[in-house]
Ligand binder design. Sequence first.
Ligand code: DSN
Length: 414
Amino acid sequence: MNTYHSLKESDKAAYDALKGEMKREEQGLELIASENTVSPAVLDALGSVFTNKYSEGYPGRRYYGGQEYTDIIETLAIDRVKELFGSEHANVQPLSGASANLAAYAAVLAPGDTVLGMDLSHGGHLTHGHPVTLPAKVYRFIRYKTEADGTIDYDKLEALAVLEHPKLMLAGFSSYTRQIDYERFTAIAAKVGAITMMDMAHIAGMIAGKALPSPVPHFDIVTATTHKTLRGPRGGLILCKEPFAKAIDKAVFPGVQGGPHMHMVLAKAVAFGEALRPEFEVYARQILTNAKALEESFIGLGYEIVFGTTENHMLLIDTVKSRNVTGKDAEAWLDLASITVNKNVLPDDPRGPLDPSGIRIGVPAVTTRGMKEDEMRMIAGWIDSVLRSEGKKKILSGIRKEVKTLCKSFPIYH
Ligand code: DSN
């Protein structure tokens, strides 16, 4: 493991903060559904000299000199991710999921065009047309919702599509726990002549690891992040069918981005290589098993599971209904016990996003550490004790000690 000797020598304040974060990650339970722990090889790539290089353009057609190695790594990343997902075309330059989505919109929409996207409080992402975002000011987003049982009513969605004539129909989510019916969704789009897009950011790793069905054969455009379940560096990705390839590449650069971050592209190539290995399928399946084990424990403890059940790596819990604790308090108290989650709005939440009615819990990072069903049961028990603690410091620090002991048996970086 890197000792960060040079950083220690040259910048004590930065080094101390880094050491603090390393300790926090090592000694705590990371249950934020969108986070994970990358391999030492991915960390090496991120800290490499490729951070020095500008490389506007694409392999073989760049605007600056000195590209013999950037071309190699970008081609490697593209080839690997195409193999991983069986996609016709890939762009590995998006700096994040938000910029991938922005580029996808820019590639196929004109200002004012209509898009159907999932409502944020029902599990959609900010970038799927929330009114505070720039895309919502440029395009006309219509948001669909989930039903009381947590499913999407596809007949209702079809009626909405027929009524609104969207140019683009967007599936995908950041806090929804059910499987989307890709065939039905894309059949509706075909009926109204809409382009189809799926944001698979949260579940890309589970799709790569064949634990969940793939949207790639069904959708025209599929966006993702490369961290989350895919366990690579922070970054974005766009896959698409060949007829959209030119428009997507032009939209990423020069449309919405300048120079790609080549250290990130190298790290993506490394992570895609890791995800192609057979052991990644074992990891992806264990994420599902762990999420189910956690859900069963919470049900046993009498919790209200939002959307009815989980079919992926995360679950949402209504902490107000289950334990009369707001999402904000739950997050803060859990932090004091070294258990990291995020407060989360629930469908049509009467409370605001800074103090919503629930929390979102994800298992990708603890699964990477090697934790299995037994540990999930312990985690559910600790979370329940925290939510019953009324925030009492003594109870929380007791749980913190137990968490630290468990984490010692599952080191992140050996
Ligand atoms: N922030 C990510 C998440 O937590 O889902 C998505 O942008």
